[in-house]
Design a protein around this ligand. Structure first.
Ligand code: NAD
Length: 502
């Protein structure tokens, strides 16, 4: 029987997606819409308004007014903390509904919707976390350079109007990692969800409204990069762009921001290595690594360790364990609790991943398992089999480029220096895993890796810790205090305490 999610769509009561401008939900001025097709079944899930330049301008001006003219940036700290905690409570209370919308958006299965990147609860925790920063947004006082009766201090102030642009793969977490610190700092926001994961984000925005976020403080423009994203990143009244997505769009944002010197935070892609030494629990390393590349998001995760660097003495055992995981992942209806992973998000991504698989074979890597589309009832969706390439060289395309699919590339190494050299031989620098029982080696290698996060014997990313990339994996950090501060400007204030001339 063909796979269908139609009954879940009807049960969720999805309405077509609208724009939110100054507290009003409405269609785009030009009446354009985008049709979302479900990645597992190809069925139409719904239509979403496509904001053109005029709509984006109205949304940015609403955010500008709310920042420049409303009491929002100066709200009492207690009131602001309570507001963020109400957001958090409402997210938790509506978790089931949100999870269903995510499954209708990107087909992330319910079984994965309690795990870090797919979890409403983690997103709610991020709101609670940032509620706690609001009364700690202090500056510093300094001994004045000229001595005597002077005060010298810094103040932290909100950066202003933020354009927050989301990818489709982790809408809950990334919504929270941008909105919670921006609102905690007193900024106003124009949010652009991905055109491939709009319905879950629109529901979260409704919940922020219900929590009492004032009109104009959070505005939403939906639609694809062209025209909606472009109009947003080039708008002169935006002070900061906070973006998570591909390196190509990240580069475009850096260019577009130069004209008005917007502040920019970028969370981009990666080609993160898992480095496996022979003294590690090699079976666990193989299962963990292949699990990250296949479970939940089918490798469509920025920080997935898609490049395994494995010592020659551990090589066969590692590949055996990875193969075992590849053979056990289940796909299908995201509402089925037995389903463990998802299809690729769209036809373009499907073609791209299959192209990389072909390239890997042409370049001479050994295909261990997978390598094609899934068949049977999965053939109407964008499903790709878990795929392992062994005996790869680190210079191959499949070892250098972000594939964003369930494809693991395994490269052998001989000693620690070679492992570190290979690990750093990439334009990216998002994350890395080190598998060893030798604690000195673990720290030695972790210190030598040029990337933002290192997991030792397991890869745990925690939402209250700084997360971000070295090199071309991004600019700045998201998570915890560092992201709260990234939504502020630092102002220096000097005050003589007497009338004597300085
Ligand atoms: P994408 O870059 O195609 O799209 C991301 C967002 O940018 C979408 O909302 C899209 O509509 C918008 N966009 C596209 N063109 C634009 C333009 N010219 N101007 C403004 N906005 C534009 O990325 P994606 O396919 O949605 O997500 C996958 C990418 O995201 C991968 O590279 C992945 O590694 C990265 N990612 C990074 C992190 C992280 O935290 N580092 C987390 C998740 C995903």
């Amino acid at each position: 029987m063909a796979l269908t999610v139609q009954q879940h769509r009807d049960a969720a009561g999805l309405k077509d997606g609208l724009l939110l401008v100054d507290g009003q939900w409405r269609q785009a001025r030009a009446g354009r819409t985008w049709t979302h097709h479900h990645p597992a079944t190809g069925e139409v899930i719904g239509n979403v308004a496509v904001a053109g330049a005029e709509d984006v301008d109205e949304a940015v001006r609403a955010a500008r007014r709310a920042f420049d003219e409303s009491p929002w940036p100066g709200m009492r700290v207690g009131e602001r903390s309570r507001l963020l905690r109400r957001c958090s409570d409402l997210l938790r209370e509506n978790a089931d509904d949100l999870r269903a919308r995510q499954a209708l958006d990107n087909s992330v299965p319910l079984s994965f919707a309690t795990v870090y990147a797919g979890s409403v609860e983690v997103a709610a925790d991020v709101f609670d976390h940032h509620a706690g920063w609001i009364d700690k947004a202090g500056g510093e006082t300094f001994p004045p350079y000229q001595g005597g009766d002077h005060l010298a201090m810094t103040l932290r102030e909100p950066v202003g109007v933020v354009a927050a642009i989301l990818p489709w793969n982790a809408p809950f977490l990334l919504f929270a990692q941008k909105l919670a610190p921006a609102l905690a700092a007193g900024c106003t926001v124009v949010l652009k969800p991905s055109e491939h994961a709009t319905f879950s984000v629109l529901r979260m925005v409704e919940l922020l409204q219900e929590a009492g976020v004032p009109d104009g403080v959070v505005n939403v423009v939906t639609g694809p990069g062209d025209p909606t994203g472009e109009a947003l990143i080039t708008h002169p009244l935006v002070d900061k762009i906070s973006f998570t997505g591909s390196r190509a769009v990240g580069r475009r944002i850096v260019e577009a921001s130069a004209g008005t010197m917007k502040r920019v935070s970028l969370e981009l892609g990666g080609k993160s290595p898992a480095i496996v030494f022979p003294d590690a629990d090699v079976g666990l390393a193989g299962m963990t690594t292949m699990g990250m590349v296949t479970l939940g998001l089918s490798g469509q995760a920025c920080v997935a360790a898609t490049r395994a660097l494995v010592h020659r003495d551990a090589y066969d055992e590692f590949i055996g364990a990875a193969e075992m995981i590849a053979g056990s992942v289940t796909y299908g209806d995201p509402f089925d609790p037995g389903v463990m992973s998802c299809p690729l998000i769209n036809q373009r991504q499907l073609d791209r991943v299959l192209g990389y698989i072909e390239k890997g074979q042409q370049e001479g890597a050994r295909l261990v398992t997978g390598g094609g589309r899934s068949d049977g009832e999965l053939s109407a969706g964008n499903f790709v089999q878990p795929t392992i390439f062994a005996d790869a060289d680190n210079s191959m395309t499949i070892a250098q480029e972000e594939i964003f699919g369930p494809v693991l590339t395994v490269v052998p190494f001989g000693d620690e220096d070679e492992a570190v050299r290979l690990a750093n031989d990439t334009e990216y620098g998002l994350g890395a895993g080190v598998f060893t029982k030798d604690v000195q080696r673990a720290f030695r290698v972790a210190k030598r890796l040029r990337c933002g996060t290192v997991g030792i014997n397991g890869f745990q990313v925690e939402p209250h810790l700084p997360f971000g990339g070295y090199k071309q994996s991004g600019l700045g950090r998201e998570g915890g205090r560092s992201s709260f501060e990234a939504y502020t400007e630092l102002k220096t204030v000097l005050l003589p305490l007497t009338d004597e001339l300085m």
